[in-house]
Design a protein around this ligand. Structure first.
Ligand SMILES: [Zn+2]
Length: 375
């Protein structure tokens, strides 16, 4: 049942994220384009219909086309939930909040629809809110689910676990797991399941540049999760497998592992700043324990009275930094730190952008060093 519920939720959430994107495109008169979240929602609907035999009066219950998804959202969700066979209906009513959701779309008569107030309330929910305007809605949505799961347990300890190179691959055989790996699997089975995918290959290689397990989509053709690495893949390192195991998912790699490496660099600079006295003190992930998911990575108290809120960002497009939304704190300066290999053009695109200029700054690691006064 758990698997059904999880997929059902994703179908609804992806579907609505996709509808939102489709609506936005039509408002902005963008040519009709493929919306991955909508396609994915249709795929999940079709899969569930087949797997759980969800038929009523000879028709498939869940939506399988974009048109059917739009139609579903024009009614309160209880309509589709009530159509489900009893045990699935009861499970959805009991374990999710979808049954009370009113119509998210409203027809305007000329074949067009608008998003209702209820629809906007749904979009304000944290996992949808964080992903609705991102380029890759699905990856952001799943990253957010992982954050929420992390926040249920020992956030700091588990996040550090996912930032470490030795944990990009975990063998299945308990004897060859490290003590920490065995503990995480036992104490946080849900988190583990969300962050790792089962490996079916008999040999695996690690990227020499970033430490991540290399993907091998065709025999002998390797690629790294980070595109930057792909020019240097000839120096790959074979992983000692000890039988079957699990590989860290791309979503965790992008959302936690890579930012973690940059965070480590920043931490070292702040430590050096403390030693020479330019930094009075700093805290990691301020606000995490008050339940703020999307907080800054560091709050830095400088010796000269300045307060900096710093966030590590290793993303391909400046767009992701420009559109990043985070809690602001009165009297503090906001700084995004990006790796040294980002170009001046990349920085300028952010620093000159109307929504950033005068509010937030983007610096490379080397410029942060200068700011803190360390070499
Ligand atoms: Zn790599």
């Amino acid at each position: 049942m758990k698997e059904f519920l999880e997929n059902f939720s994703k179908m609804i959430d992806y579907g609505f994220l996709g509808v939102y994107r489709r609506q936005k495109m039509s408002e902005e008169n963008v040519e009709t384009r493929f919306v991955p979240a909508l396609a994915k929602a249709c795929g999940i609907g079709a899969l569930l219909n087949l797997k759980y035999e969800l038929f009523k009066d000879g028709k498939r219950i869940l939506p399988e086309t974009e048109f059917q998804i739009f139609k579903m959202f024009e009614l309160p969700l209880e309509a589709i939930i009530d159509d489900l066979p009893e045990k699935y209906r009861d499970a959805v009513v009991e374990s999710t909040s979808y049954y009370d959701v009113e119509a998210l779309l409203e027809g305007t008569g000329n074949g067009k629809v608008i998003i209702t107030e209820e629809g906007y309330i749904m979009l304000a929910e944290s996992k949808l809110h964080a992903s609705k305007d991102e380029m890759d809605q699905i990856s952001e949505y799943n990253g957010q689910l992982i954050y929420e799961e992390l926040c249920k347990g020992d956030y700091v300890k588990n996040r550090h676990f996912l930032e470490r190179e030795e944990n990009v691959y975990i063998p299945e055989n308990a004897i060859t797991q490290s003590e920490e790996q065995a503990k995480l699997i036992k104490a946080y089975p849900e988190l583990f399941r969300m962050c790792y995918v089962k490996n079916t290959r008999t040999s695996l290689y690690r990227c020499k540049r970033c430490g991540m397990v290399l993907r091998e989509n065709r025999i002998g053709v390797f690629s790294c999760v980070s595109k930057k690495c792909n020019a240097q893949l000839d120096k790959k390192i074979e992983i000692e497998m000890h039988g079957l195991g699990w590989v860290m998912s791309d979503i965790v790699a992008r959302n936690i592992y890579y930012p973690g490496r940059l965070e480590q660099e920043i931490k070292e600079i702040l430590e050096a700043g403390k030693e020479i006295g330019t930094v009075e003190q700093y805290t990691l992930w301020p606000g995490k324990y008050e339940g703020i998911y999307d907080t800054w990575d560091f709050k830095v108290q400088m010796n000269n009275g300045r307060t900096l809120l710093v966030d590590a960002k290793d993303v391909e497009h400046p767009h992701w930094i420009i559109n990043d939304t985070r809690e602001y704190l009165e009297g503090a300066e906001f700084i995004y730190i990006v790796p040294d290999d980002k170009t001046k053009i990349y920085l300028n695109q952010i620093n000159d952008h109307a929504s950033c200029a005068g509010k937030v700054q983007c610096l490379r690691v080397k410029e942060l060093k200068k700011l803190i006064g360390v070499k």
